[in-house]
Design a binder for this molecule. Sequence first.
Ligand SMILES: Nc1nc2c(c(=O)[nH]1)N[C@@H](CNc1ccc(C(=O)N[C@@H](CCC(=O)N[C@@H](CCC(=O)N[C@@H](CCC(=O)O)C(=O)O)C(=O)O)C(=O)O)cc1)CN2
Ligand SMILES: [Zn+2]
Length: 764
Amino acid sequence: MVTTHNLGFPRIGAKRELKFALEAYWKGQNSRDALITTGADLRARHWRDQAALDLVPVGDFSFYDQVLDMSFTLGNLPERVRGFHGDALDNYFRVARGRSAAGNDGHAGCCGGVAAGEMTKWFDTNYHYIVPEFDAHTSFTLDASRLLEQVAEARALGVAAKPVIVGPVTYLALGKAKDGSDRLSLLPRLLPVYAELLRTLAGQGVEWVQIDEPILVTDLDAAWVEAFTQAYAALKDNGVNLLLATYFGELRENLTLAASLPVQGIHLDAINARQEVEALIRAVRDDRVISLGVVNGRNIWKTDLTAALDWLEPVARHLGKRLWIAPSCSLLHVPVDLAGERKLDEDLKPWLAFAVQKLTEIEVLATALRRGRDAVAAELAANTEAIAARRASARVNNPAVKAATTGINAAMGQRNSGFAIRAARQQARLNLPLYPTTTIGSFPQTREIRLSRSAFKAGTLDLQAYQQAMRQEIERSVREQEVLGLDVLVHGEAERNDMVEYFGEQLDGFTFTQAGWVQSYGSRCVKPPILFGDISRPRAMTVDWIIYAQSLTAKPMKGMLTGPVTILNWSFVRDDQPRSLSCYQLALALRAEVLDLERAGIGIIQIDEAALREGLPLRRSQWGEYLAWAVESFRITANGVADDTQIHTHMCYSEFNDIIAAIADMDADVITIETSRSDMELLNAFDSFNYPNQIGPGVYDIHSPNIPTEAQIIDLMTKAARRIPAERLWVNPDCGLKTRQWNEVVPALASMVNAARTLRTQGA
Ligand SMILES: Nc1nc2c(c(=O)[nH]1)N[C@@H](CNc1ccc(C(=O)N[C@@H](CCC(=O)N[C@@H](CCC(=O)N[C@@H](CCC(=O)O)C(=O)O)C(=O)O)C(=O)O)cc1)CN2
Ligand SMILES: [Zn+2]
């Protein structure tokens, strides 16, 4: 008889309760007790939502990040926060968010300021985790209190608790050794703490522990393969059954390794690795549990339940009670509940499943496997009807768009002239100084801006008043930039709820939700738009706002667009056509916008590709194919303009060494990137590759409230100028300023502009 379970549930809350409780606590407007209570309430509610399952995840809840939680469980706190005198939860937030020396937690005098832990992308998702920090002396000590308390809470609610932890090899692999030492040398110190954790859980009567090792779906070299064998030899026989969870991709050459580990069960992502199910079954001992992720945990489409049963039934007959079923991965990456959507397009709603609906799908599948399809005949019939309606819908297919993508040719991705000629024509038009200063696009999304927008959406503010409020914000941004003396201005993106959702709302082929929130990091969420059909642009999307902004100033105003690859990677995408085709459709729609901006007299157009790097497949062997269509899509979007129109692009959190050739291939006139935290070392990639075009290496970290000094910026730019000729350098922050406040932005940009002025006099 099949067992049902879940790998993880979204924790932010259907109404983002956790976000609001956290932010109020951080501002001192909410007590510690109130925050703790919100956490407990959310856990209880989410366990009730999952109560029909045979096993529910415990420990997937987090006040900030599950990897940071694991660091605390393992006693791996960065040295800089170890002496903290205050509350442990406050210390946890100090690592998560950093704390300025002037912080108001009552410990500024004794404990000072601390830098935040580095954040980076969780595999190929838009979720960010806090990178574990190691050095040669790192030691570990167990703190199991969080897991033990939550196991007790779950039990009190009468659900069967399956604790979830990040496995030791993935934990080490995702971390960074700050002193360059070998993280694997820490394994012998780490394993006893994991073993103690398992024994502690066993002591509480826990039967199964889910141990996540998604690193198994990536390319592993011999040392990491060996680490797996060593790790799991040490973790067996500690009184609990281990379910080794892999997800996000295929095991490939690691399948034999995974199957050989001494664990009681393995979870395979049967959405991304369906073709490996049989091989895995053959490879594991015949008393092991096989858990199959049969419902997509990364997307929002209904599962075709009949098709799933067609292949699952024989597997179930073969495996009997050894078969478990679950979503493919944690449901962290999808919104909570479709029932919260009151205005969602009625045609499309029946095609969708959010976290709660996905668990119902698991239940229906389990019932069919246990009692036959007849036991769920009505559910299956309704499902078949929805799947068929989507497939046949006239709203999905637009022949004109299909024809346009067929008409794409190489010339569309080609500028008229090479970079040197373009640069000269652009300089003749723009007349920019050495070390030109600019920003990445967004200015603070203030509470007033968001309140205006929610009033507009609620119908209590009319369109004209809303547009007027946004124009005022744009004017404020422009005035501030003029006073600061920036060279290339931006309009500030006040009218955009999000750099991707905003375009999703305006393009045909997309729909959007009211409350489909997905956690991006900490308390920050996004509402990824839903790409369901062929994409087209019914009308210009940004031109009026940019023209208005340009009308306020004699300085050049940058047009501001999100690129096709980033819109694709940060949306829920179609599963009925290749991603490359959707990307080309986006490219054509955005190309039309670029040309409209150019026709309106805008001389500089930025096309953000913040998500190009994270979209790289987890396996290197697939990079080439992805980069080919991703880069070509960018080129189609950007390269229809005249030589004297300057194209910018922007990327953040990126490690470029591996893909520098592809970046050069995009052929943007200027690229702005995040570099401040790497002390300009990132530029080595551009230097050694002889990157030919202009670069704006970010000179300060916008994720921190700290204000950079002029001297710090001069120092960074001096380092940059050792690698890239000064004539090709720009001066700008690491990323957009939307999460900052004006009182942080103004002094920071003042330092930046002053630094550029000093550099110019030095260079002259
Ligand atoms: N899609 C996407 N992915 C990305 C990024 C990005 O910018 N976009 N940046 C990187 C980092 N990620 C980030 C993700 C989110 C936010 C962020 O600030 N999100 C906002 C929500 C943005 C939004 O959609 N705002 C809406 C809704 C605002 C809102 O909450 N309104 C309130 C009312 C106002 C209030 O009380 O504040 C309501 O309706 O209840 C709007 O402006 O219209 C948040 O969590 O707070 C920042 C960075 C990587 N991935
Ligand atoms: Zn950015």
